[in-house]
Design a protein around this ligand. Sequence first.
Ligand code: ATP
Length: 134
Amino acid sequence: MMKTIKVSVVTPDGPVYEADVEMVSTKAKSGELGILPGHIPLVAPLEISAVRLKKEGKTQYIAVSGGFLEVRPDKVTILAQAAERAEDIDVARAKAAKERAERRLQSKQDDIDFKRAEMALKRALNRLNVAEMK
Ligand code: ATP
């Protein structure tokens, strides 16, 4: 039997994922993180990125829009403003969000909130990327 650790991915709308997995990997602000059972306690802010979960030898993917990862001895919790499993991603919606953000970034108007448009573009690209991995 492979050792496992409990992981939950939680958003303001509720839990998105809950399972016992062999490994959690994701992109923290400080770099790639790979969490195996027995990992030391840790709190790390996350990039807008894919979370990879290895369960019974198979890999599952979740898109997270930043947030935090907390490792406790018995559990990994990922708290994010938004998170979607690969199979739940609406690709047409993400494409529309990507195009909207790109139009905003290219517009010469000076009342555009570029930082906000950049974040929206990152979320959309991350979703499109994760949707491809399902
Ligand atoms: P949009 O402009 O399409 O709303 P967004 O990046 O601004 O995209 P968020 O604010 O990150 O959207 O998310 C709002 C809610 O909608 C969250 O619950 C998120 O999980 C969900 N969501 C956003 N985009 C998608 C998508 N492409 N597929 C499935 N759920 C999505």
